[in-house]
Design a protein. Structure first.
Lengths: 164, 109
Protein backbone atom coordinates (compact mmCIF):
# COMPACT_ATOMS: atom_id res chain seq x y z
CA UNK A 1 0.00 0.00 0.00
CA UNK A 2 1.46 3.32 -1.00
CA UNK A 3 1.35 6.31 1.23
CA UNK A 4 1.99 9.37 -0.89
CA UNK A 5 -0.97 11.44 0.23
CA UNK A 6 -0.69 13.61 3.29
CA UNK A 7 -3.84 13.32 5.35
CA UNK A 8 -4.58 15.53 8.31
CA UNK A 9 -7.69 16.63 10.09
CA UNK A 10 -8.67 20.13 10.99
CA UNK A 11 -11.74 20.78 13.06
CA UNK A 12 -13.33 17.52 12.00
CA UNK A 13 -12.58 17.99 8.31
CA UNK A 14 -10.37 15.58 6.42
CA UNK A 15 -7.64 17.27 4.39
CA UNK A 16 -5.70 15.31 1.80
CA UNK A 17 -2.78 16.72 -0.18
CA UNK A 18 -0.85 15.21 -3.05
CA UNK A 19 1.39 16.33 -5.90
CA UNK A 20 0.65 14.95 -9.36
CA UNK A 21 3.19 14.96 -12.14
CA UNK A 22 0.80 16.45 -14.67
CA UNK A 23 -0.25 19.96 -15.74
CA UNK A 24 -3.16 21.50 -13.94
CA UNK A 25 -5.47 21.57 -16.97
CA UNK A 26 -5.11 17.83 -17.35
CA UNK A 27 -5.82 17.17 -13.68
CA UNK A 28 -8.87 19.43 -13.97
CA UNK A 29 -10.10 17.41 -16.94
CA UNK A 30 -9.60 14.19 -15.02
CA UNK A 31 -11.97 15.51 -12.35
CA UNK A 32 -14.63 17.02 -14.62
CA UNK A 33 -14.86 14.98 -17.82
CA UNK A 34 -16.99 11.87 -17.18
CA UNK A 35 -14.98 9.72 -19.58
CA UNK A 36 -11.82 10.47 -17.60
CA UNK A 37 -13.36 10.66 -14.15
CA UNK A 38 -14.66 7.11 -14.03
CA UNK A 39 -11.24 5.73 -15.03
CA UNK A 40 -9.82 6.45 -11.59
CA UNK A 41 -12.58 7.33 -9.15
CA UNK A 42 -13.78 3.77 -8.50
CA UNK A 43 -11.76 1.07 -6.74
CA UNK A 44 -9.46 -1.20 -8.73
CA UNK A 45 -11.30 -3.63 -10.94
CA UNK A 46 -14.66 -1.89 -10.58
CA UNK A 47 -16.59 -1.00 -13.72
CA UNK A 48 -18.87 1.91 -14.21
CA UNK A 49 -22.40 1.22 -15.47
CA UNK A 50 -23.43 4.81 -14.90
CA UNK A 51 -21.76 8.23 -14.99
CA UNK A 52 -24.28 11.04 -15.37
CA UNK A 53 -22.47 14.30 -14.82
CA UNK A 54 -24.09 17.70 -15.31
CA UNK A 55 -21.10 19.95 -14.80
CA UNK A 56 -22.52 23.33 -13.89
CA UNK A 57 -23.22 25.14 -10.65
CA UNK A 58 -26.33 23.48 -9.27
CA UNK A 59 -25.86 20.56 -11.64
CA UNK A 60 -26.05 17.04 -10.29
CA UNK A 61 -24.15 13.85 -10.79
CA UNK A 62 -25.12 10.22 -10.38
CA UNK A 63 -22.38 7.63 -10.49
CA UNK A 64 -22.43 3.88 -10.21
CA UNK A 65 -19.62 1.43 -9.63
CA UNK A 66 -19.92 -2.33 -9.96
CA UNK A 67 -17.61 -4.71 -8.15
CA UNK A 68 -15.32 -6.96 -10.22
CA UNK A 69 -17.52 -10.01 -9.57
CA UNK A 70 -20.51 -8.06 -10.83
CA UNK A 71 -22.42 -8.70 -7.61
CA UNK A 72 -22.48 -5.28 -6.01
CA UNK A 73 -23.10 -1.82 -7.40
CA UNK A 74 -22.57 1.28 -5.29
CA UNK A 75 -24.06 4.59 -6.27
CA UNK A 76 -23.22 8.16 -5.35
CA UNK A 77 -25.07 11.38 -6.00
CA UNK A 78 -24.22 14.99 -5.43
CA UNK A 79 -24.46 18.57 -6.59
CA UNK A 80 -21.74 20.88 -7.88
CA UNK A 81 -21.71 24.11 -5.88
CA UNK A 82 -18.58 25.82 -7.22
CA UNK A 83 -16.74 25.39 -10.50
CA UNK A 84 -13.71 27.60 -11.16
CA UNK A 85 -11.53 26.01 -13.81
CA UNK A 86 -8.81 24.98 -13.49
CA UNK A 87 -8.39 25.64 -9.80
CA UNK A 88 -11.43 24.95 -7.64
CA UNK A 89 -14.22 22.40 -7.66
CA UNK A 90 -16.73 22.00 -4.87
CA UNK A 91 -19.42 19.35 -4.75
CA UNK A 92 -21.55 17.44 -2.30
CA UNK A 93 -21.44 13.68 -2.03
CA UNK A 94 -23.95 11.16 -0.76
CA UNK A 95 -24.57 7.48 -1.09
CA UNK A 96 -27.49 6.66 -3.33
CA UNK A 97 -29.47 3.90 -4.98
CA UNK A 98 -29.82 3.05 -8.68
CA UNK A 99 -32.60 5.60 -9.09
CA UNK A 100 -30.57 8.43 -7.62
CA UNK A 101 -32.29 8.55 -4.24
CA UNK A 102 -30.16 9.35 -1.24
CA UNK A 103 -29.21 6.40 0.96
CA UNK A 104 -28.27 7.16 4.53
CA UNK A 105 -25.07 5.50 5.77
CA UNK A 106 -26.77 5.06 9.13
CA UNK A 107 -29.29 2.76 7.44
CA UNK A 108 -26.33 0.60 6.43
CA UNK A 109 -24.83 0.45 9.89
CA UNK A 110 -22.27 3.20 9.38
CA UNK A 111 -23.06 5.48 12.26
CA UNK A 112 -20.05 7.75 12.05
CA UNK A 113 -20.81 8.93 8.51
CA UNK A 114 -23.09 11.87 7.72
CA UNK A 115 -25.71 11.65 4.96
CA UNK A 116 -23.92 14.26 2.91
CA UNK A 117 -20.37 15.52 2.89
CA UNK A 118 -18.96 18.40 0.95
CA UNK A 119 -15.75 17.96 -1.01
CA UNK A 120 -13.56 20.93 -1.90
CA UNK A 121 -10.84 20.32 -4.47
CA UNK A 122 -8.22 22.95 -5.16
CA UNK A 123 -5.52 22.62 -7.79
CA UNK A 124 -2.34 24.64 -7.63
CA UNK A 125 0.33 24.82 -10.30
CA UNK A 126 3.76 24.01 -8.91
CA UNK A 127 6.43 24.23 -11.62
CA UNK A 128 4.29 22.44 -14.17
CA UNK A 129 3.12 19.86 -11.66
CA UNK A 130 -0.13 20.07 -9.77
CA UNK A 131 -0.65 20.19 -6.06
CA UNK A 132 -4.08 18.89 -5.24
CA UNK A 133 -5.69 19.69 -1.90
CA UNK A 134 -8.93 17.98 -1.05
CA UNK A 135 -11.03 18.87 1.94
CA UNK A 136 -13.96 16.69 2.92
CA UNK A 137 -16.32 18.34 5.37
CA UNK A 138 -19.66 17.72 6.94
CA UNK A 139 -18.69 15.27 9.63
CA UNK A 140 -20.91 15.81 12.67
CA UNK A 141 -17.90 16.55 14.84
CA UNK A 142 -16.95 19.54 12.72
CA UNK A 143 -20.04 21.38 13.85
CA UNK A 144 -19.03 20.95 17.42
CA UNK A 145 -15.40 21.88 17.42
CA UNK A 146 -14.05 25.21 18.52
CA UNK A 147 -13.14 27.15 15.37
CA UNK A 148 -10.81 29.34 17.37
CA UNK A 149 -8.80 26.27 18.40
CA UNK A 150 -6.51 26.30 15.40
CA UNK A 151 -3.37 24.27 14.93
CA UNK A 152 -4.89 21.20 16.35
CA UNK A 153 -4.19 19.14 13.27
CA UNK A 154 -0.54 19.22 14.27
CA UNK A 155 -1.47 18.62 17.88
CA UNK A 156 -3.43 15.59 16.91
CA UNK A 157 -0.60 14.17 14.83
CA UNK A 158 1.76 14.56 17.77
CA UNK A 159 -0.65 12.86 20.10
CA UNK A 160 -1.35 10.11 17.61
CA UNK A 161 2.37 9.39 17.58
CA UNK A 162 1.93 8.30 21.18
CA UNK A 163 -0.14 5.35 20.05
CA UNK A 164 1.52 2.01 20.14
CA UNK B 1 -15.59 10.53 18.47
CA UNK B 2 -17.42 13.82 18.60
CA UNK B 3 -16.39 14.16 22.23
CA UNK B 4 -12.76 13.53 21.40
CA UNK B 5 -12.78 16.29 18.78
CA UNK B 6 -14.46 18.62 21.21
CA UNK B 7 -11.90 17.84 23.89
CA UNK B 8 -9.01 18.39 21.45
CA UNK B 9 -10.43 21.69 20.25
CA UNK B 10 -9.23 23.58 23.32
CA UNK B 11 -5.54 24.68 23.33
CA UNK B 12 -5.17 24.34 27.10
CA UNK B 13 -6.50 20.81 27.04
CA UNK B 14 -4.10 20.00 24.21
CA UNK B 15 -1.23 21.35 26.31
CA UNK B 16 -2.32 19.18 29.21
CA UNK B 17 -2.39 16.13 26.94
CA UNK B 18 1.09 17.00 25.65
CA UNK B 19 2.40 17.13 29.22
CA UNK B 20 0.72 13.85 30.12
CA UNK B 21 2.12 12.31 26.98
CA UNK B 22 5.59 12.87 28.43
CA UNK B 23 4.69 11.30 31.78
CA UNK B 24 1.92 11.10 34.37
CA UNK B 25 1.51 14.30 36.39
CA UNK B 26 0.05 15.63 39.60
CA UNK B 27 -2.35 18.55 39.45
CA UNK B 28 0.24 20.74 41.15
CA UNK B 29 2.77 19.99 38.41
CA UNK B 30 0.26 20.96 35.73
CA UNK B 31 -0.61 24.18 37.56
CA UNK B 32 3.07 25.15 37.68
CA UNK B 33 3.82 24.18 34.10
CA UNK B 34 0.72 25.77 32.60
CA UNK B 35 0.58 28.84 34.81
CA UNK B 36 -3.18 28.44 35.21
CA UNK B 37 -5.13 28.36 38.45
CA UNK B 38 -5.73 25.03 40.12
CA UNK B 39 -9.52 25.20 39.66
CA UNK B 40 -8.87 25.95 35.98
CA UNK B 41 -6.65 22.91 35.56
CA UNK B 42 -9.05 20.70 37.51
CA UNK B 43 -11.90 21.79 35.28
CA UNK B 44 -10.00 20.82 32.13
CA UNK B 45 -8.91 17.51 33.65
CA UNK B 46 -12.55 16.76 34.41
CA UNK B 47 -13.48 17.30 30.75
CA UNK B 48 -10.61 15.09 29.62
CA UNK B 49 -11.58 12.37 32.06
CA UNK B 50 -15.20 12.50 30.95
CA UNK B 51 -14.23 11.74 27.36
CA UNK B 52 -11.76 9.08 28.40
CA UNK B 53 -8.58 10.84 27.32
CA UNK B 54 -7.27 10.97 30.87
CA UNK B 55 -7.48 8.65 33.88
CA UNK B 56 -6.42 8.95 37.51
CA UNK B 57 -4.12 6.53 39.26
CA UNK B 58 -4.13 6.80 43.04
CA UNK B 59 -0.82 6.00 44.65
CA UNK B 60 -0.85 6.37 48.47
CA UNK B 61 -1.86 10.01 48.90
CA UNK B 62 -1.14 11.13 45.37
CA UNK B 63 -3.42 11.36 42.36
CA UNK B 64 -1.50 10.85 39.13
CA UNK B 65 -3.16 11.94 35.94
CA UNK B 66 -2.34 9.73 32.95
CA UNK B 67 -3.07 9.85 29.25
CA UNK B 68 -5.45 7.22 27.83
CA UNK B 69 -4.78 6.63 24.14
CA UNK B 70 -8.02 4.76 23.34
CA UNK B 71 -10.03 7.75 22.03
CA UNK B 72 -7.05 8.83 19.95
CA UNK B 73 -6.72 5.32 18.53
CA UNK B 74 -10.37 5.51 17.51
CA UNK B 75 -9.86 8.78 15.65
CA UNK B 76 -6.61 7.54 14.13
CA UNK B 77 -8.37 4.42 12.83
CA UNK B 78 -11.14 6.55 11.36
CA UNK B 79 -8.59 8.84 9.77
CA UNK B 80 -6.70 5.81 8.51
CA UNK B 81 -9.73 4.57 6.61
CA UNK B 82 -9.98 7.87 4.78
CA UNK B 83 -6.24 7.92 4.21
CA UNK B 84 -6.48 4.51 2.56
CA UNK B 85 -9.46 5.47 0.44
CA UNK B 86 -7.95 8.66 -0.88
CA UNK B 87 -4.47 7.17 -1.25
CA UNK B 88 -5.79 4.35 -3.40
CA UNK B 89 -7.92 6.70 -5.43
CA UNK B 90 -5.11 9.13 -5.98
CA UNK B 91 -2.78 6.30 -6.91
CA UNK B 92 -5.21 5.42 -9.68
CA UNK B 93 -5.44 9.08 -10.71
CA UNK B 94 -1.65 9.24 -10.80
CA UNK B 95 -1.46 6.17 -13.02
CA UNK B 96 -4.23 7.46 -15.26
CA UNK B 97 -2.60 10.88 -15.68
CA UNK B 98 0.68 9.19 -16.66
CA UNK B 99 -1.16 7.10 -19.26
CA UNK B 100 -2.93 10.14 -20.68
CA UNK B 101 0.32 12.04 -21.06
CA UNK B 102 2.08 9.05 -22.61
CA UNK B 103 -0.74 8.63 -25.11
CA UNK B 104 -0.64 12.34 -25.94
CA UNK B 105 3.10 12.10 -26.62
CA UNK B 106 2.63 9.05 -28.82
CA UNK B 107 -0.09 10.81 -30.76
CA UNK B 108 2.21 13.75 -31.39
CA UNK B 109 5.00 11.62 -32.84
Amino acid sequence: MTNNSTVTIEQGDIIVERIFDAPRDLVWQAWTDPKHFMQWWGPQGFTSPLADIDLRVGGKYHLGMTSPDGQQTMYNIGTYTEITPPERLVFTQSMADADGNLVSPASMGMTDMPDETEVIVTLEDVDGKTKLTLRQIGFPESQMTDMAGGGWAQAFEKLAATLS
Amino acid sequence: MANTFQALADPTRRKILDLLREKPRLVGDLVDLLDISQPGVSKQLKVLREVGLVQVRIDAQRRWYELRPDPLIEVDTWLGAYRQLWDARFDRLDTYLSELQRNEKENDE
